[in-house]
Write a protein that binds this ligand. Structure first.
Ligand SMILES: [Zn+2]
Length: 416
């Protein structure tokens, strides 16, 4: 019976690898087709805001990114195929001559380093060819290398102690390891989200308070209504790496911040800055971060519970082409294979995220002027060379923000 289960799981796993990647390529092709059909002029609703040449640049830039993405998808499929059906992960594990927990941790470190090395050509190509070609790249090879080294070091400092702790729980707690690991990982995640704005983000960028006499008054009114502190509005030196613009809200408790990229600020007038700030404050006021954290808590509980149930099921790891299971291989399997199964739920995540964007927009429209937010958003599109057209199905899988037209129409409806 166990053999039948594992055979069935093998077929399912292979199907997921193949079908998921084919679907992703299909979605990419749909998006490329939409871009092709709107290659020359923006939709009439945008023709007074976006020039034909801006629109054409956005279409060319985004199409180039998608074409690269297609190759990346094939590359990813080949990698996962190598690690599991071709038993690459198991071969790597058996090639190591360490014992006990060190072997498990070392195996996971080597695996991560190999994955990192495989991803490197893509990020080099993307930064120094694609972004460069369209005039976005501001990074230098030196800064690029420093960023990668910092990332690796940070990953090691956070990841290695966590791995030791999880593996310790795995070996000492028997059937209940999953609950203890879930608790540990959750506390750890909260801690990381909490220290991110003040400790982790400043490792990569400089932050200084948003200033300006004209802004000051507007900001003070806005933050007072949102129960926020004007000292928590920051500007980040994003221009060190690229000329893309953005703004975001991060953290919780005393460590929350609204951050503007310096690149975006340069493009905006004061009322537009205030409208975008109001949108970010809307996310805070409507408790979007705690809500997301609560949702991910529930999902991660289910994930760990499932891991606990499947740990001792031979059909499960045989079904994923693993002959001799070890804690390290099991952790690898869960982290690498799980996204294949959860991919199909991504439209739900996208839908929730869009609902929250609309809510934050509505908040900003009440607190400021919807027309200013529309102008700010259009500048954001223009600055990032994001096309204002999109394929509905593609965007339903990948875009956390609503399509431009839907968003702007909704904001228009708030004008009175
Ligand atoms: Zn938002």
């Amino acid at each position: 019976m166990s053999n039948l289960y594992s055979y069935f799981t093998q077929v399912t796993f292979l199907l997921f690898i193949i079908v998921n990647h084919l679907v992703e390529i299909y979605l990419t092709r749909r998006q490329l087709e939409t871009y092709k059909n709107h290659a020359l002029t923006p939709p009439p609703e945008f023709s007074t805001f976006i020039t034909d040449s801006e629109h054409q640049k956005a279409i060319q830039y985004s199409s180039a990114k998608l074409r690269m993405g297609q190759f990346h998808l094939i590359y990813d499929a080949a990698l996962i195929f190598y690690w599991f059906p071709m038993r690459g992960a198991e071969k790597l594990y058996h090639a190591l001559s360490l014992d006990g927990m060190h072997r498990e941790v070392f195996f996971l470190i080597i695996f991560s380093l190999i994955q990192f090395a495989f991803s490197l050509p893509w990020s080099i190509f993307s930064t120094f060819h694609l972004e460069e070609k369209f005039g976005f790249n501001k990074s230098t090879p030196k800064l690029f290398i420093i960023d990668r080294l910092k990332g690796l070091l940070l990953g090691g400092c956070i990841g290695i102690p966590l791995l030791y702790a999880i593996l310790f729980l795995f070996q000492s707690l028997g059937d209940w390891w999953w609950l203890a690991s879930f608790t540990l990982v959750t506390i750890f995640q909260f801690f990381i989200v909490w220290i991110y704005p003040t400790v982790i983000a400043p490792l990569f960028n400089k932050f200084h308070p948003l200033e300006g006499e004209e802004l000051k008054h507007g900001i003070e009114n806005l933050v007072k209504n949102a129960g926020f502190n004007a000292k928590e509005v920051f500007v980040m030196d994003a221009s060190r790496r690229s000329s893309h613009g953005n703004a975001y809200f991060t953290g919780f408790g005393k460590n929350k911040r609204v951050v503007f990229f310096d690149t975006l600020l340069k493009q905006l007038q004061t009322p537009e800055i205030l409208a975008i700030l109001a949108h970010e404050l809307g996310h805070m006021k409507l408790k979007h971060i705690p809500k997301s954290m609560a949702a991910s808590l529930i999902l991660s509980f289910i994930g760990f519970w499932l891991m606990g149930k499947l740990t001792h099921q031979e059909w499960f790891f045989n079904g994923h082409f693993i002959r001799n299971v070890s804690p390290g291989i099991l952790l690898l399997l869960f982290t690498q294979a799980l996204p294949l199964y959860t991919f199909w739920f991504s439209p739900i995540g996208t839908w929730i995220s869009r609902k929250r964007e609309f809510e934050a927009d509505a908040y900003a429209a009440r607190e400021t002027n919807p027309q200013h937010l529309i102008q700010g958003l259009l500048k954001l599109y223009q600055q990032n060379a994001s096309p204002v057209v999109t394929d509905k199905i593609y965007s339903g899988f990948y875009n956390s923000h609503p399509p431009a037209l839907e968003r702007i129409k909704k904001l228009e409806s708030f004008k009175s």
